[in-house]
Design a protein around this ligand. Structure first.
Ligand code: NAI
Ligand code: MG
Length: 356
């Protein structure tokens, strides 16, 4: 029996709804496979914890999480707590504290889902975006002076280090190399931003020499939005800075049909710490408690978690079950259906049990 300890942090809004659904599906895989076990421990951290205790998670939160094999995360964000407090109080400290520097965001059009682009069917859009996840624009460097006065100044300083850029670039080239097309697009804004961004381009060219079988090209981030929309077939693996990839991956999710299907893995490639798996979407206050949150992103990120844990067979089974269910038209309203979270979850469980 292979056993894995998983820290669940459902947190806010629809987070608890989709993480509960993901646990049900992982438990059904456990039953179907028989030789693997997932031991979940749930932490009630998030905005409610903040309202009660003044912090999103306890001071020794990272120490508690460190002993787990993986972290399964919902979403943070509450209407009555500032977003920078929720994000910097829980999700970012985990990503940064555990040096999860590679944020891996696969996107493809799942069967049964109608994407918004007219000329784009399944197979035309099959990307993985690698987001630098430890520094860049979200390093947290900067400050505010003369608060509230007319001469107030706010700075938000991007930090790019040779170590930080090289390691994520290497991760991206390696991932591109492992995919059939061996194609990588490096995104920057090195025309307007002439220091850190130019360093990105230079480091990309250096790292490229280690991967002679990978074809790579460069795009400016603004032109990249056009290429993603008009020529999605020309892209495969994509690497970009923390901010750029954040924005591009929301676009990618939308182009694939909905944010509700888009997953993400925050990976420590050196495996010194647990990696964290989550849907890309936020806490979606507008649909919280209605039972209609799309659980597919949280299933897909669970599949990423299984891959990371070395359970490739379980991961493939899970994705096959998800694709069978979306293909059969069992879809939540965000992707044009009428099914509830529970109906989609039950259908995926049935598909797992029926799989051979
Ligand atoms: P959001 O992702 O929560 O929602 C955007 C839109 O997509 C909403 O209309 C929502 O109903 C829909 N949507 C999202 N996930 C869905 C799902 N699984 N099924 C069906 N529909 C879904 O982004 P928004 O509204 O900008 O932010 C809400 C809160 O979430 C804010 O506090 C924000 O800071 C936070 N947030 C947290 C993130 C995280 O924890 N990683 C990421 C993005 C936002
Ligand atoms: Mg985002």
């Amino acid at each position: 029996m292979r056993e894995y300890s998983i820290a669940s942090i459902p947190a806010d809004g629809i987070g608890p709804e989709v993480i509960a659904a993901g646990e049900v599906v992982l438990k059904s895989l456990e039953q179907r496979l028989g030789d693997v076990r997932f031991n979940f421990e749930t932490f009630d951290w998030g905005s409610d914890h903040y309202k009660k205790h003044g912090v999103m998670m306890p001071a020794d939160g990272l120490k508690t999480l460190k002993k787990f094999d993986a972290i399964y995360f919902g979403a943070v964000g509450a209407p009555d707590v500032p977003d920078h407090v929720t994000l910097w109080g829980l999700r970012l400290p985990i990503c940064q504290g555990f040096d999860q520097y590679a944020n891996v965001r696969p996107t493809k059009i799942l069967p049964g889902i109608t994407p918004p682009l007219r000329n784009c069917g399944p197979g035309d859009l099959d990307w993985v975006i690698i987001r630098e996840n430890s520094e860049g624009e979200y390093a947290g460097a900067g400050g505010r002076v003369h608060r509230g006065l007319p001469e107030e100044v706010g700075t938000e300083v991007s930090i790019f280090t040779r170590v930080g850029v090289t390691r994520v670039m290497r991760y991206a080239f390696r991932l591109a190399q492992s995919r059939p097309r061996k194609l990588l697009t490096v995104v920057t804004k090195s025309n307007a931003q002439r220091h850190g961004m130019v360093m990105w381009d230079e480091i990309a060219a250096e790292v490229a020499q280690e991967f002679s079988d990978v074809t790579w090209d460069k795009m400016l981030v603004d032109a990249m939005t056009v290429r993603m929309t008009l020529k999605p077939q020309t892209l495969d693996t994509i690497v970009a800075t923390n901010l750029h990839a954040d924005v591009l991956s929301d676009l990618a999710g939308a182009l694939a049909g909905s944010l509700g299907v888009a997953p993400t893995a925050n990976i420590d490639p050196e495996r010194r710490f647990p990696s964290m798996f989550e849907p890309i979407h936020g806490s979606a206050f507008d649909i919280t408690g209605k039972g209609i949150a799309n659980p597919v992103a949280s299933f897909w990120t669970a599949a990423q978690m299984l891959d990371h844990l070395g359970e490739a067979d379980a991961s493939a089974r899970l994705m096959k079950a998800v694709e069978q269910v979306t293909g059969a038209g069992v879809l939540t309203p965000d992707v044009g259906g009428t099914a509830t979270t529970k109906e989609v979850t039950d259908a995926v469980v049935d598909a797992i049990h029926g799989s051979n």
